[in-house]
Design a protein around this ligand. Structure first.
Ligand code: AHR
Length: 329
């Protein structure tokens, strides 16, 4: 058993004894605070709904979900509020990857187990109890590998609409794609700007890209589906064609229902999944902590990628009506 697991079990045992105390007082509801990023995207809406469904009163939870509206200071305040209320567990989907040490230490000093979810943080692993999320660097690598496969040595002039500045989902996707791009001297990264993971942000950045680079680009990468919808609106308005029958290859991330509909329609060429359905896994970790059992300190939520009909790929599944029908969010 490593040091992290011993530390984690320590918190689990503490939580179990806290549960015994609440049970003796006739209250067996588990109080959970979730400091959610915000409501910037369809992905985020699906993730929030998933937590509300899983951490329900029927399941024995009292969930305090705080929408932090992509405001880092508000998120730190939300976590401090959970600590002062002495909730049983704190879940954080970190807006920014940096700057967590002090508040995590405060939670640890208060004996409240913390689970980092969805995104990653730059903090020593001893400062939190478990992490559940996706590997966004691998998502970026998958996008790069698919582009290399489809271009097969042809030139690419690439514009990237990044996610929110400082978010691990942005950093990971950017880094993963850059790792693949480093092996392709025939690719030029023309420009990269943040669209803040929103449709309005994606549209605004794409409009400015079109002003600066019209006629010079053949690949647009949007780091989430909502940005892709905004970019499509901007390209439609400018008469630029994209997708399988267009002049521009469009890559997106998330693979939410509407994003996959656009992929099925051939408007998005490749859509790399980021799975928002994570709450059941987090609940499993909390249940083990409650029971004082060993639990996974790191759980990776698996992703896959999808491509438009007519494309076959070693890295992605070709979209069909059946695949779309199976996508609830
Ligand atoms: O952290 C996950 C990312 O955050 C999703 O890609 C994006 O849609 C969301 O806002």
């Amino acid at each position: 058993m490593n040091k992290k697991m011993i530390a984690a079990l320590g918190c689990g045992a503490l939580a179990a004894s806290m549960m015994t105390m609440t049970a003796m007082a006739g209250e067996d509801v588990i109080t959970v605070g979730y400091a959610q990023v915000g409501h910037e995207s369809d992905w985020r809406t699906a993730n929030t709904q998933n937590y509300q469904d899983v951490f329900s009163a029927e399941n024995g939870f009292d969930l305090q979900l705080v929408d932090c509206d992509n405001d880092n200071a508000a998120q730190l305040e939300a976590v401090r509020n959970f600590i002062s209320q002495q909730l049983d567990y704190i879940i954080i989907a970190p807006i920014q990857s940096a700057g967590w040490d002090t508040v995590l230490q405060e939670a640890q000093d208060a004996g409240i187990p913390v689970i980092i979810a969805d995104r990653e943080i730059e903090a020593d692993a001893s400062l939190y109890d478990a992490w559940v999320g996706t590997n966004t660097t691998n998502e970026g690598i998958t996008a790069g590998n698919w582009l290399a496969e489809t271009l097969d040595g042809a030139e690419a002039n690439i514009l990237t609409i990044e996610g929110s500045v400082g978010a691990s989902a942005t950093l990971g996707r950017t880094d993963g794609f850059a790792q693949v791009a480093a092996d392709h001297s025939e690719w030029t990264l023309l420009d990269s700007q943040s669209g803040d993971f929103t449709q309005a942000g994606g549209q605004e950045v794409m409009e400015s890209f079109i002003k600066s680079y019209e006629g010079q680009f053949n690949v647009v990468i949007c780091q989430n589906d909502n940005e892709a919808y905004g970019a499509m609106d901007a390209m439609d308005a400018a008469g630029i064609t994209y997708g399988v029958d267009g002049d521009v290859i469009l890559i997106s991330f998330d693979a939410t229902h509407d994003g996959l509909q656009y992929t099925l329609d051939g408007k998005i060429n490749c859509n790399v999944e980021c799975n928002p359905i994570q709450a059941e896994t987090v609940k499993g970790v909390i249940e083990k902590m409650q029971a004082g059992e060993e639990f996974e300190t790191t759980t990776l939520v698996e992703d896959q990628a999808f491509v438009a009909p007519g494309i076959t790929s070693e890295y992605a599944t070709t979209m069909t009506d059946e695949v779309l029908a199976g996508r609830a969010y």
